[in-house]
Write a new protein. Structure first.
Length: 317
C-alpha cells in the first residue's frame, strides 16, 4: 500500500474545477493509494526527525463538498511512501523553511517530489537563463540605469519581479512610457531588489504556452493561455483563456534541451512557459494546467505523473 502525503494549501480553498493537486489526489485514489493532506504549518522537527500532523484526505469531484478530511495525527514524515510538495507560492522565507524540513526528511530516506533543494535553487524566472539560447533578450538587475538602458535598446519591454506568480506585478513598457522610472523604483523597491526585464514578445497574443514535463519528458499538448482583450498577460489568473495545442517542433526542441537538467535536479513535475519560440519561465513550485489539458485532449496527466512516481518508488532499495 502506498501512503502518499501532499504538502498543500488547505483543501477547502482549492478550486474544484481547476486545481491540479486535486487531479493528483483523484489519480492516487484510483490506484488504491491512501492520500494524506499536510498543510505548511503542520510540519515540524522534534527528537531528531521531521514529523507532520497528517489528515487522511478523500476527494470526490462529483460531490459537494468535494473533499473529506479525517482527523490529523502526528506521524514521522519518513513513514510515508513519498511526499508531493504542492504548496502554492508565495516563495517566502516560510516556504524556504518548509524545504529545509522536507530536505531533512529526504535525508532520512523519504522521496520528495519535487526535490526540496531544487525548489530553492531554481527560481522560476531566473532558472530560464540556464537555457539562454531559447530565452528572449533579457536583463536581471536592480540598477535603474541598466534597466533604463535595456528599455531604451529594446523599446517594448516587460518588467517583472523574480518572486511573482499568476501574472502579478508584470508591467509592459512601450517606448517613451512616462512611468518607466516609477515602475523601476517600485519593482526594485528603491534599488534594493533584483528584477527581470525582457523584450516584449508580440506572439503573446497567440498565447503563453504551458508545457508540462513529467520526469523530463513533455506532455504532447501545451495549454496556450491567450490574453483577455486589452491584456498583455496570458496567465489564467489574470483572465487568460486556455486552449490546448499540439507541441510544435520548437516546443519539443526546448523540452528536449531542458528535460535532462530537470531530471538531474530531481524536478519530476515542471511547467515550461513558452511564448512564440522563446522560453520565458520554468515553473517548479506548483505547476498547474492539468485539468484544462485533460478536459480538452482526453489525457490523464496526473495519472501519468503518479505512474512515473510509482516506478521511482518501486525501484528504491
Amino acid at each position: 500500500m502506498i501512503d502518499l502525503a501532499i504538502v498543500m494549501d488547505p483543501v477547502a480553498g482549492l478550486s474544484k474545477k481547476k486545481d491540479s493537486t486535486l487531479a493528483m489526489c483523484v489519480a492516487a485514489q484510483a490506484r488504491g493509494w491512501r492520500v494524506f493532506s499536510i498543510t505548511q504549518d503542520a510540519l515540524y522537527f522534534a527528537n531528531g526527525e521531521v514529523l507532520a500532523l497528517a489528515a487522511p484526505l478523500t476527494v470526490d469531484l462529483n460531490a459537494d463538498p468535494f473533499w473529506r478530511l479525517g482527523d490529523a495525527e502526528p506521524r514521522p514524515l519518513a513513514s510515508f511512501s513519498g511526499v508531493l510538495m504542492r504548496k502554492d507560492p508565495p516563495f517566502d522565507m516560510e516556504y524556504i523553511y518548509t524545504t529545509y524540513l522536507l530536505e531533512r526528511a529526504e535525508a532520512a530516506g523519504l522521496p520528495v517530489f519535487n526535490r526540496p533543494a531544487s525548489l530553492r535553487d531554481c527560481n522560476e524566472k531566473f532558472f530560464a537563463t540556464a537555457f539562454s539560447e531559447f530565452t528572449p533578450p533579457l536583463i536581471v538587475s536592480k540598477r535603474a540605469e541598466l534597466l533604463r538602458a535595456f528599455a531604451a535598446e529594446h523599446g517594448d519591454v516587460v518588467m517583472k519581479p523574480l518572486d511573482g506568480m499568476g501574472g502579478a506585478s508584470i508591467f509592459r513598457l512601450k517606448p517613451g512610457d512616462a512611468n518607466l522610472s516609477v515602475i523601476i523604483e517600485t519593482l526594485t523597491q528603491g534599488g534594493t531588489q533584483q528584477i527581470m526585464a525582457q523584450r516584449y514578445l508580440p506572439e503573446i497574443k497567440d498565447g503563453d504556452k504551458r508545457i508540462l514535463m513529467i520526469e523530463g519528458k513533455p506532455v504532447p499538448y501545451a495549454l496556450a493561455r491567450i490574453p483577455a482583450a486589452g491584456e498583455s498577460r496570458g496567465n489564467l489568473a489574470a483572465g487568460g483563456r486556455g486552449e490546448a495545442r499540439p507541441l510544435t517542433e520548437r516546443d519539443r526542441e526546448i523540452a528536449e534541451a531542458v528535460g535532462p537538467e530537470l531530471q538531474r535536479r530531481g524536478l519530476s513535475f515542471v511547467g515550461l512557459d513558452v511564448i512564440g519560440t522563446h522560453l520565458t519561465e520554468v515553473n517548479v513550485t506548483c505547476p498547474t494546467c492539468i485539468r484544462e489539458l485533460d478536459a480538452q485532449c482526453g489525457l490523464d496527466i496526473a495519472g501519468d505523473f503518479l505512474d512515473a512516481i510509482a516506478e521511482r518508488l518501486t525501484a528504491l532499495p
